[in-house]
Write a protein that binds this ligand. Structure first.
Ligand SMILES: [Zn+2]
Ligand SMILES: [Zn+2]
Length: 1235
C-alpha cells in the first residue's frame, strides 16, 4: 500500500485517502480473481484501474474523482435499494439535460437519480465460475450481478472491466430466497482494465468460410464435416430452457437461401446477447446434424470448438432496416392505423407473405355475429416503451399506442430491461390489428422467432420491478395453447378480478384460475385446438407457423362490468329512456290531473343484459343474502345489487329454486333481466303539460336483477355447493351401479363412509346441533312488533320479521363436525314430526328468499352440544297463560340453514284465480297463483302518514312511503278470468318483481266481495307475495297473452261457475241509452265552462274533455248494457278525428251536454232545440251507431243484483214483467274490423 501511495505523494490528504480505499477494494474484490498468468501485482492492477478511470473522467481533468466510491458488487446489491445511475464521464449539466428530456417525453415518470459509484468487475457468461447461463454477468470476488448491454463482443468474455456509465435497477427479492437482487444496464461500453490478449483465435480459418447457399446444400448431403459458415442474421430465437437443456437458434441468410443454426453448447450461449438481426457473422466449426424434435430436419449445430466472429464487412444493421414504410397491399386498413414510419418492412425477411386473402370467417355460435380470423404479418419495428401495461402478463405499450405482447416468449431475466423509456427494436414480430377490444388497436406479438433488442436503456425510474419468473397467466397460455386474442382477454379478465374480487373472495394465487374459467365460459363454443406448440417449427421452418400466425379479430369481446358499473348504467338508463307520454294509456288526453299523475307514479323498464351494451356483457360476482332487504344479492368489491331469483321449470314438473348452496358461490351471468322501476311524484295539471319537467317534484328508482337458477354459471363453488355437486355425482354412479350385487354396493358405501370419516379428521372439529325441517309456508317480511324478543329492553321496537310454519322431522341431533348440507342420515329423521313456528327477526330475515314451501332444510347451531337450543317452546304471554298455537322457535342470527333438497315436494296446494273468483266455498283467507296483467299505484291517503315511517326511513331512505298498489292478476290457464289484488307495500322492505307479465304466488290473502258483488283480494299482515316467473314490461303490457274468450251475452248474463270477467262480444247496438259529453276542470273535476272552472274558488285554466255512453247491445242470445268511456266513444259514434274535435269545441261553450233515451226518442233535459243536442240525438239513433259491433268488454259488476220489474207493451196491453238483472259491461276496446 505504501509503495502504491508513493506514486501520489503530491496529492492532497483526501485524495490519498480515496486512493488507499481504491487500492484496498482492488486487493480484496478483484485481485483474487485475476489469472496468475498475467503476472500482475495488486499495485500494478490498481494503477491500471486508475488510468482507465482517469481516462474516463477526461484527460483535461487532473484531479481524482474522489466523490466516487468504489463499491463491490455485494455492497451494491445490499446498499442500493432504489434504482440509480452513475456516470464518470457525464457532467452535471449533461445529466440534467438528459433527465429533463426523458421526463418531458414521459411526464409520468421521474429520471433515475444520480449516484457516484465506481464499478469494476469481470464480465462473465454466468453468475459464478464454471456456470454459464447465456446471460452477461459482472463478477468480483464477493458477488455477481446480471447485466444488460446494448452491444457486446465475444472478446469481452472473462475480462476485467471498468464500467464508466450504467444504471442499477434493484428488484424484488425472489420469494423465499430473501436475497437482495438487481441488475445493471451498461450504457457506455465497458473499458478493459487489463491489457488486450495477444491473439484472438477464431478456431478455424475465416478464409474458408462458406456462404449460406453452400451451407444449405450441405444440409441436404448430411456429411459429417466441420465447416465455417458466414451470413447475415435473419432471425434469432430467445434463449430457451427445455427439459434442463438451454439453447437458442439463429437463421443465417444470403439472398434467397437460409440456414438454421442451433446453439446448444453451454459456453456459447452468451452469443445470444452479442448477435443481432441484420448483423453479418461468421461461425466456425459447425457441423450438420438432424434435429429429432423437428421431423429429422437437418440443421447446423455449433461444437465446443466453434467461435463466433463478427464479419469483416460489418454492416450497420439498423440502416437498411429503417428504410421504407411497410406496404401491405392486401390490407386495406393500413393507411388508417399503420403506426407511422416506424413500422418498417425487413426487406429480405418477408417470409410471411401468404398472398391468400387474409381474412377468414368462422362461426362461433356463442355470439350471433361471426368471428373473423385473420393472418398476421411479420414486421420489424423500432419504438419507445411508454408504459408497462401488465408486467406479469408480458404486455407493454410502445409509442403511446402500440401494444407489445411478449407472452409467447420465455420470460427474460430481469424483464429484459423493458422499462418505460426504453428504446427497443423488434424483428420478426407479428403485426396484429384489433385482436382484442381490451388492448391497443395494433398489437405486436412476439413468438419464438421474434427478437426483442434494447437499443437504448431508459433513463427513467418507473418503480416496476419485473419478477423475471413465469407468471400464472403465461403458464395458462402454454397449457391451454391460447391464441393472442384469447390471451389478451384473459389478461383483461385477470385485471378485473384482481380489482373487484381479490382478496376478499378470490385469493391472489387463484386469480388466474378464475380468469381461465371465465375464458372457458366465454369461449365455450370455440373448438379447442389441442395441437401443442412445435417450437422447432416455430423457430426454424420457413413458411413460418406459430400460435400467433392467425388471430381472431376483436374476439372474445365480452365486457366484464362491475356491479357498480351495472348499477350506474341502470340508474342512468332508467331516466334517459323515460318518455312520459309513452307511460300513459291512450285515454290520457281525457284524464284529469289526479288520474294522470296516478298513472305516472310508477313505471318500470326491463332490459335484457345482452341488450345493455353494444358488446356482450358478463356479470361476475358472489351471491349473498341481504338482511336489510330480505333479498338475494350479487356483489363484488365495488357494490351490491339486489337480485330476484325465480324458479326454473326444468324438464317437466321439476321446479328448481335457489338453495343455500348458492350462497358464497362466485358466479357469472350471461343472461338476466335488468329491471328498473321508477317512482315519481308529479303534479301535472293535464297531459298538455307533460313537457314541463318542473311538475315532477320527486323521483327515484329501484334497480335490480332478475334471473333463473339455470342462468347462474358457477365459477368457483362454495363449500356447500361442492358437497351438493359431489353428492349428485355419487347418486348418479350409485344408480349406474344398481346392477351390481347389493353386497358389493354395501361395501362401496361403507368405504365411502370411511372416506367421510377420513375427511372429517382433516376438518376442524366443531360440535354443533341440528334439526331437519320441511317448510310449510312463510309470511311476508314486514316491520312487526316482534312478539318474541330475546332482549327485554327492545320488546317494543318494530323489527323486520317473518314467521314460517314448518314441520320438524325427528329430533335435534348432535354432531362433532358441521354436517352442512350433507345427505340426511337416518338418525336425523328418527322420531316424531312436530308442527312448529319459526320466527325470523331482524338480521335473520335474510333467510327469506331461500326458504321455499315444500323444501327440506337442516338448521344448525354451531359450537354447542346443547340440544335444547333448537327445541321449540310454547310462548307464555302473560302470567303463564299459554297461547293456543304451535310451539315456537326464535331463530338466532348465528345459526345456519342449509337446503337439503332443492326440489319441492308436498307443496301445499293453492287455488287458481278462477277458483278464488267463483268458488262459493272459498275461505276468507286464500292462497292462489296468477299472472300480473296490470299494476296501478293507489293514491296515498293524504293526512294519514304510514305508521312505520320512521323505521322504514331509517332502514332505507328511498322507501316508498305508504305505497299501496292494485294488481290485476290473471288466470294463466283461463283467459278472461282476472282478479284485483290490493297489496300494501308500505310495511316492509320493497317487493321487487311485481311487473306486468310476472307469475305470482299469493299466500294468505283476504278474499272480499264488493258492494257491486265483485270479488277482490287484499293483503293482510300475514300475506306473502312470491314472484315465481319473470315478467317483462314489454311483453306483458296491457295484459293478456292470449285474447279473451268469445262470449255469448246470454251465457255471460246467466253466469256459471266459470263466469268470465273479460270477454269478446259480437252484437248489435240496439240503442244508445245515454250519452254525456263534458269539459272538466283537470284540477278539481268541476264543469269547465267558457275557459274557466265553474267552481268559484278554483283558478284552474286547464280542462279535459270527457265522455260516457251507455248502450244496449244484443247478440241474439241475450242483451247487455255496455258502458263506453272517453277513449272508445269516438269509435262508437264512428267520428273521424276532425268531427270529434269539432264536437268537443261545440261542447266547450256550455261545458256539459247529456242526451238520453226516453221511450223511443232521444231527448235532453234542457234546450232541446239546440243544434248540438239535435245533432247528437240524430246521430245516436242513426244506423251509423246502431250497427253490428265487435267489442272486448269487462264485466262491471260480477254478480248482478236483484231482478227488475219492467213495463212491457204488447199492442194495447201493458204487462209488468220480472226481468233478470241486465248484464253490465264496460267496453275496453272496439274492434274496427267488425264490418
Ligand atoms: Zn410467429
Ligand atoms: Zn277547478
Amino acid at each position: 500500500m505504501e509503495e502504491f501511495l508513493e506514486h501520489f505523494k503530491e496529492r492532497t490528504r483526501s485524495e490519498q485517502r480515496w486512493l488507499s480505499d481504491v487500492f484496498e477494494g482492488v486487493r480484496r474484490q478483484l485481485y483474487p480473481l485475476i489469472s496468475s498468468s498475467m503476472g500482475l501485482t495488486v499495485e500494478q492492477l490498481t494503477l491500471a484501474v486508475l488510468s482507465k478511470v482517469q481516462r474516463a473522467v477526461g484527460s483535461e481533468v487532473t484531479s481524482l474523482p474522489v466523490s466516487y466510491r468504489l463499491l463491490s458488487l455485494s455492497e451494491l446489491t445490499h446498499q442500493q435499494h432504489t434504482a440509480c445511475c452513475s456516470s464518470l464521464s457525464w457532467s452535471s449539466a449533461h445529466y440534467r439535460e438528459q433527465a429533463r428530456k426523458a421526463e418531458r417525453a414521459l411526464p409520468d415518470y421521474k429520471a433515475l437519480p444520480r449516484d457516484n459509484i465506481l464499478l469494476i468487475g469481470y464480465l462473465c457468461d454466468g453468475p459464478a465460475a464454471g456456470v454459464s447461463d447465456g446471460v452477461w454477468w459482472v463478477r468480483d470476488a464477493g458477488g455477481s450481478v446480471p447485466c444488460e448491454m446494448l452491444k457486446s463482443s465475444p472478446l469481452w468474455l472473462g475480462r476485467l472491466m471498468f464500467f464508466p456509465t450504467w444504471n442499477y435497477i434493484p428488484q424484488n427479492a425472489p420469494a423465499g430466497g430473501g436475497k437482495a437482487a438487481g441488475y445493471l444496464e451498461l450504457i457506455d461500453p465497458p473499458v478493459c482494465v487489463t491489457p488486450e490478449p495477444m491473439t484472438f483465435d477464431p478456431g478455424g480459418s475465416l478464409t474458408e468460410a462458406m456462404g449460406v447457399k453452400r451451407a444449405a446444400e450441405l444440409l441436404g448431403q448430411r456429411c459429417d464435416v466441420q465447416v465455417c459458415v458466414s451470413g447475415q442474421v435473419r432471425a434469432i430465437s430467445p434463449l430457451l430452457l427445455i427439459s434442463a437443456r438451454r439453447f437458442f437458434c439463429l437463421i443465417l441468410s444470403e439472398e434467397d437461401s437460409s440456414v438454421p443454426v442451433l446453439i446448444t453448447e453451454v459456453k456459447h450461449q452468451y452469443w445470444r446477447q452479442t448477435v443481432c438481426v441484420g448483423q453479418y457473422i461468421c461461425i466456425s466449426a459447425v457441423r450438420v446434424c438432424s434435429l429429432r424434435g423437428w421431423a429429422e430436419h437437418s440443421v447446423l449445430s455449433v461444437t465446443a470448438q466453434s467461435r463466433l466472429h463478427p464479419h469483416v464487412q460489418l454492416h450497420e444493421n439498423t440502416e437498411d432496416l429503417e428504410t421504407q414504410l411497410m406496404e401491405t397491399d392486401s390490407q386495406t386498413h393500413t393507411d388508417s392505423h399503420s403506426p407511422e414510419a416506424r413500422v418498417t418492412s425487413h426487406a429480405p425477411d418477408t417470409c410471411m407473405t401468404s398472398n391468400s386473402p387474409d381474412t377468414h370467417v368462422t362461426l362461433a355460435s356463442c355470439s350471433a355475429t361471426p368471428v373473423r380470423t385473420k393472418h398476421s404479418t411479420l414486421i420489424s419495428y423500432k419504438g419507445l416503451i411508454t408504459k408497462v401495461l401488465n408486467a406479469e402478463a408480458g404486455l407493454y405499450e410502445i409509442d403511446g399506442k402500440v401494444g407489445l405482447c411478449l407472452a409467447y416468449q420465455p420470460v427474460q431475466k430481469c424483464g429484459g430491461g423493458l422499462r418505460p423509456g426504453t428504446e427497443i427494436q423488434l424483428h420478426n414480430i407479428h403485426f396484429l390489428y384489433r385482436p382484442s377490444p381490451f388492448a391497443p388497436d395494433v398489437v405486436l406479438c412476439a413468438c419464438l422467432r421474434s427478437s426483442v433488442q434494447v437499443t437504448a436503456f431508459s433513463p427513467l425510474s418507473s418503480g416496476f420491478e419485473t419478477a423475471g419468473t413465469q407468471s400464472s397467466l403465461q403458464r395458462h397460455l402454454l397449457e391451454k395453447n391460447l391464441g393472442a386474442s384469447q390471451y389478451l382477454w384473459l389478461c383483461y379478465c385477470q385485471g378485473v378480478i384482481k380489482e373487484r374480487l381479490c382478496p376478499r373472495w378470490v385469493r391472489e394465487e387463484r386469480v388466474c384460475v378464475v380468469a381461465g374459467r371465465l375464458l372457458d365460459c366465454v369461449c365455450d363454443t370455440e373448438p379447442k385446438t389441442n395441437r401443442k406448440r412445435d417450437i422447432y417449427r416455430e423457430m426454424l421452418q420457413e413458411a413460418h407457423q406459430c400460435p400467433v400466425t392467425t388471430y381472431y379479430v376483436s374476439w372474445p369481446s365480452v365486457v366484464l362490468w362491475s356491479v357498480r358499473q351495472l348499477c350506474d348504467w341502470m340508474n342512468g338508463e332508467v331516466w334517459a329512456s323515460l318518455s312520459l307520454s309513452s307511460l300513459l294509456p291512450p285515454a290520457a288526453t281525457h284524464m284529469t290531473g289526479v288520474e294522470l299523475n296516478a298513472s305516472l307514479a310508477w313505471s318500470a323498464d326491463t332490459v335484457s343484459l345482452t341488450k345493455a351494451h353494444s358488446q356482450p356483457l358478463l356479470l361476475v360476482g358472489v351471491l349473498e343474502l341481504s338482511s336489510v332487504y330480505g333479498t338475494l344479492q350479487l356483489r363484488d368489491q365495488t357494490q351490491t345489487l339486489n337480485c330476484l331469483c325465480v324458479e326454473t321449470d326444468q324438464s317437466g314438473a321439476r321446479i328448481t329454486n335457489i338453495s343455500t348452496a348458492w350462497l358464497g358461490c362466485l358466479v357469472c351471468l350471461r343472461h338476466c333481466t335488468l329491471v328498473m322501476e321508477r317512482f315519481m311524484k308529479t303534479h301535472f295539471p293535464s297531459w298538455k303539460h307533460l313537457d314541463q319537467t318542473s311538475y315532477i317534484t320527486h323521483k327515484h328508482c329501484r334497480v335490480y336483477l332478475q334471473f333463473c337458477v339455470s342462468d347462474l354459471i358457477i365459477i368457483s363453488p362454495s363449500a356447500a355447493m361442492s358437497i351438493s355437486l359431489m353428492e349428485k355425482k355419487r347418486d348418479q354412479t350409485d344408480r349406474r351401479e344398481d346392477g351390481e350385487t347389493s353386497n358389493r354396493r354395501e361395501a362401496v358405501k361403507r368405504g365411502r363412509d370411511d372416506d367421510d370419516d377420513a375427511q372429517s379428521v382433516k376438518r376442524p372439529l366443531t360440535s354443533c346441533v341440528s334439526l331437519i325441517f320441511r317448510l310449510q309456508s312463510k309470511q311476508g317480511v314486514m316491520f312487526r312488533n316482534s312478539s318474541v324478543s330475546n332482549t327485554r329492553s327492545h320488546s317494543h321496537k318494530l323489527q323486520l320479521s317473518f314467521t314460517a310454519r314448518v314441520t320438524s322431522l325427528g329430533d335435534v341431533q348432535c354432531w362433532n363436525i358441521d354436517p352442512k348440507n350433507r345427505k340426511m342420515q337416518e338418525r336425523e329423521t328418527d322420531g316424531q314430526n312436530t308442527e312448529m313456528e319459526m320466527h325470523f327477526v331482524d338480521l335473520c330475515v335474510r333467510w327469506f328468499p331461500i326458504l321455499h314451501p315444500g323444501s327440506l332444510y337442516r338448521l344448525i347451531a354451531l359450537n354447542t352440544k346443547d340440544v335444547s337450543v333448537l327445541k321449540a317452546e310454547s310462548i307464555s304471554v302473560r302470567g303463564g297463560v299459554k297461547l293456543l298455537s304451535n310451539p315456537t322457535l326464535l331463530i338466532n342470527n348465528q345459526w345456519k340453514i342449509n337446503t337439503l333438497t332443492d326440489t319441492q315436494s308436498d307443496v301445499p296446494a293453492v287455488m287458481t284465480v278462477s277458483e278464488v273468483l267463483h268458488s262459493s266455498s272459498a275461505p276468507e283467507i286464500v292462497s292462489f297463483y296468477g299472472v300480473i296483467s296490470q299494476r296501478i299505484t293507489l293514491q296515498e291517503d293524504t293526512g294519514t302518514k304510514p305508521s312505520v315511517q320512521s323505521v322504514t326511513v331509517a332502514k332505507d331512505s328511498s322507501v316508498e312511503e305508504g305505497l299501496k298498489v292494485r294488481l290485476t292478476v290473471q288466470d294463466p290457464e283461463a283467459s278472461g278470468q282476472m282478479i284485483q289484488v290490493y297489496v300494501d307495500l308500505s310495511c316492509g322492505p320493497y317487493t321487487p318483481g311485481l311487473l306486468p307479465g310476472a307469475s305470482l304466488l299469493l299466500n294468505d290473502f283476504q278474499r272480499k266481495v264488493s258492494k257491486a258483488c265483485n270479488v277482490y283480494c287484499r293483503s293482510l299482515p300475514i300475506s306473502c307475495v312470491t314472484v315465481t316467473g319473470l315478467g317483462s314490461v314489454g311483453s306483458g303490457s296491457g295484459g293478456s297473452q292470449s285474447p279473451p274468450p268469445m262470449m255469448l251475452l246470454g251465457d255471460w248474463a246467466s253466469g256459471g261457475t266459470q263466469q268470465c270477467i273479460v270477454g269478446q262480444v259480437k252484437g248489435h247496438v240496439v240503442c244508445v241509452l245515454s250519452l254525456r259529453l263534458q269539459w272538466m276542470c283537470s284540477l278539481c273535476g268541476s264543469i269547465f265552462r267558457q275557459g274557466s272552472c265553474s267552481r268559484s274558488s278554483c283558478d284552474s285554466v286547464s280542462a279535459v274533455f270527457q265522455a260516457e255512453a251507455k248502450v244496449v247491445v244484443e247478440d241474439g242470445s241475450g242483451e247487455a248494457q255496455v258502458w263506453f268511456s272517453s277513449d272508445t266513444i269516438c269509435d262508437l259514434l264512428l267520428l273521424d278525428a276532425g268531427q270529434w274535435e269539432g264536437l268537443q269545441r261545440h261542447v266547450r261553450v256550455k261545458g256539459y251536454v247529456r242526451v238520453y233515451t226516453r221511450g223511443h226518442n232521444m231527448m235532453c233535459d234542457e234546450e232541446a232545440e239546440d243544434s248540438l243536442v239535435q245533432y247528437l240525438c240524430c246521430l245516436c239513433s242513426s244506423n251509423t251507431v246502431c250497427r253490428l259491433i265487435s267489442l272486448t268488454c269487462r264485466q262491471r259488476a260480477q254478480r248482478t243484483g236483484k231482478s227488475q220489474l219492467r213495463k212491457v207493451c204488447r199492442g194495447l196491453t201493458e204487462f209488468i214483467s220480472k226481468f233478470p238483472p241486465a248484464l253490465q259491461l264496460h267496453c275496453l276496446q272496439i274492434h274496427t274490423d267488425s264490418h
